[in-house]
Design a protein around this ligand. Sequence first.
Ligand code: CUA
Length: 199
Amino acid sequence: MDTHTGIESPRGIWWKRAHPSERMWVGIAFGWCMVLFAMMPLWHLKGGQNPAGIRHRTDPKAYLQRVQEFIATYQVGEDHGIPVVSPPPGSDVYLLGLSWQWRPVLKLRQGAEYVLHLSSLDVNHGFSLFPINVNFQVVPGYDYGLRVTPTAAGDFRIVCNEFCGIGHHTMVGRVIVTDSTGQEVASTARAVLRGEAGP
Ligand code: CUA
């Protein structure tokens, strides 16, 4: 029987030079891989859609305490039992996800910069700002701070996009962005969401 070991070269003609068209396509595929590889750091630095947040550990109870202090300091009203909070431009803004609501309702000003803190009291939730495509994970035990500047005035919804239990589909929060003079404007978001689950 003709056996063969792996430590000797195989017999016969087993290797042929790659055809020029094969070499060309391997070259094109490799070149494209390198382009995509370079795009990762490029997008991070230039694209703006991979925000560099400040994430640090926190205790869910301590975070809840911060949110309650934040609400007590800047509350201006109430919306279906959820406090409405209007923090001054430049301040730290605390948003809490819990089963199954977002606290508080945020009232921000167009063109002003804030540091938006996101965390959860219980399980993973997903922050999805509707109808704008902005998505973040909201993780218990981690405070995720993002530098944000609202660029459009309107009435926006925060939709939980991470399955978090029986009430997941009812977990809808609200962000009101006033114009640069502090006035609320007629909303496009409300028209888009009319008839859907919401506060
Ligand atoms: Cu919270 Cu789904």
